[in-house]
Design a protein around this ligand. Structure first.
Ligand code: HEM
Length: 501
């Protein structure tokens, strides 16, 4: 262990065993819950763990996370060495796992060009069209809500990225992207592969390292998906039948971007994979909150009804819907999608207050704790959108036509690695929340004895995109008139679909 420079010290943290450090103390799943307990126990916004000699610092306050990851972004923007997920599975092509290098910079520049606030404004046709379909599905089969949210999130990105439609939700490409997401989550989860803890194992010859073969096979699967999508757009461009989409933008500007075909295929592919699972996870939490807090759902309904009774709410209604925005923002606070946060790596020795942060430290912004800081969020366990709408709360901000919003919200991460999809995600969620409130009434499901079933507040999946395990509720359209409006809108949109041949 390095000696901290004079006048500095290491942050507090759980006691460590020789060699392995805290390796055995970390729970296999939902580690963010234990990390929050430790930060409370050590009464410190930064605490320290070591895992087989590797320093890990966990941050539990938004201010500290911004001070380090944003304000000192030039030295806090890398990612951990991850032999299993970054090297073997992704062959150093997946932007989200890349260190702070030129390939990442070039990819990020392209991502920005297709996701910045100005261009995201132009995606409303796609979002409105897919959300009408989503609502129609939810009304027909509310018990398949997870399916409809997935189809919506993936459907929006699929159109934007590749200029193609998802029709049923049972398409092969969706099954394949789900598998890619699933493998990535599993392979990247801490402790899944010993080689991440002991990188020396990478030196083993292949016959002694079956994980190499397994992960390379998985790489081939995702590579063929991402590259296949790229080549499909290239082929359609030859016959002038490729609509404007991100993949086409990439191919048209590739010479200025300094990205190879594989790098470009992974940049667009990553937008697809990162954009699909996250939005749907957040919307599943939204449904859960609305079932648990019917009063809030009624308030959303009252607000959207004021804006429109004879048509579905639209993206340009959003400034008039502060309660909808507050309900969505509160979801991301209460049950963040990436509850453990995505780790950054510090690349140069640093000092914060009197803590020493050696180069190479992995820094985890623990969103679960950050969003439960009682100074910023009084009574943090309670789902309470009021904290964004009432001047007596520390998080209130005016004017309500603009705030609350999700711009640079800590939920999307920090600094130079902050989520590039935030503008798209934000509109996706507001629009869906508004349209669900406008279209359906929901209630708790009843068991065979007629007793209401209250879903558990926190029974969530364990991956880094965490969402509630399936729960039951009843949903039905609010009136025959509204059903007719939805049907008419579906028909109109199908006829004017920009992707019609
Ligand atoms: C509710 C929805 C979403 C949430 C909560 C979310 C959250 C996050 C978080 C926490 C990060 C890590 C930031 C950091 O390292 O500090 C991230 C990165 C990323 N997100 Fe999102 N995201 C969402 C939607 C999207 C969408 C719709 C897209 C694509 C259109 C997207 C694309 C990405 C990409 C490519 C990265 C990697 C950035 C990098 O490493 O440079 N995300 N997201």
């Amino acid at each position: 262990e390095r000696k901290p420079p004079k006048g500095t010290k290491y942050p507090p943290g759980p006691s460590r065993k020789p060699l392995i450090g805290n390796l055995l103390d970390i729970p296999a799943t939902h580690s963010w819950l234990q990390f929050k307990k430790w930060s409370d126990q050590y009464n410190s916004k930064i605490f320290r763990m070591t895992l087989a000699g590797q320093e890990h610092y966990v941050l539990s306050s938004e201010k500290v996370a911004n001070d380090l990851l944003r304000e000192r972004g030039s030295i806090y923007s890398s990612r951990p060495l991850a032999p299993a997920s970054a090297e073997l599975l992704s062959k150093n092509l997946r932007p989200v796992l890349l260190p702070y290098n030129d390939t990442w910079r070039n990819g990020r520049k392209f991502m920005h060009s297709v996701t910045n606030a100005k261009v995201a404004n132009q995606y409303h046709v796609t979002q409105e069209l897919e959300s009408t379909r989503m609502i129609a599905g939810l009304i027909k089969q509310p018990e398949r809500y997870e399916h409809w949210f997935r189809v919506y999130s993936a459907g929006v990105i699929f159109r934007l990225a590749f200029g193609k439609k998802i029709e049923t939700g049972d398409e092969d490409v969706l099954r394949r992207i789900d598998a890619v997401n699933h493998h990535l989550e599993r392979v990247a989860s801490p402790g899944a592969y010993l080689v991440d803890t002991f990188p020396i194992l990478m030196k083993l010859p292949r016959f002694m390292a079956p994980f190499k073969k397994e992960l390379e096979e998985l790489h081939d699967q995702e590579h063929s998906l991402f590259r296949g999508l790229l080549e499909d757009v290239r082929d359609r461009m030859k016959t002038d039948s490729a609509p404007k989409c991100w993949e086409r933008d990439f191919l048209e500007h590739q010479h200025e971007l300094d990205l190879t075909n594989d790098e470009g295929a992974y940049v667009v592919g990553t937008l697809f994979e990162a954009g699909s699972g996250t939005t749907s996870a957040a919307m599943m939490s939204f449904m859960l909150a609305m079932v648990l807090h019917p009063m809030w759902f009624r308030m959303l309904q009252a607000e959207v009804d004021q804006v429109s009774t004879n048509r579905l709410p639209r993206i340009d209604d959003i400034p008039a819907l502060p309660t909808v925005r507050a309900a969505v923002k509160e979801i991301l606070r209460w049950h963040p999608v990436t509850s453990g946060g995505l780790p950054h790596v510090c690349t140069k020795d640093d000092i914060y207050e009197d803590f020493f942060i050696p180069a190479g430290t992995v820094v985890h912004p623990n969103q679960w704790a950050i969003h439960r800081d009682p100074e910023l969020y009084p009574d943090p366990e309670t789902y309470n959108p009021q904290r964004w709408l009432d001047p007596s709360f520390p998080t209130y901000k005016e004017p309500l036509s603009e705030y609350p919003n999700l711009h640079n919200y800590s939920n999307f991460g920090f600094g130079r690695r902050i989520c590039p999809g935030q503008n798209i995600a934000e509109r996706n969620m507001y629009l869906l929340a508004a349209r669900i409130a406008w279209s359906v009434s929901i209630s708790k499901a009843k068991d065979s004895a007629g007793k209401e079933i209250t879903p558990p507040v926190y029974e969530y999946t364990a991956g880094f995109n965490s969402y509630p395990l399936p729960f039951r509720f009843d949903a039905k359209v609010r009136s025959a008139e509204r059903q007719a409006i939805i049907d008419a809108e579906l028909k109109r949109e199908a006829e004017s679909d920009p992707l019609n041949e």
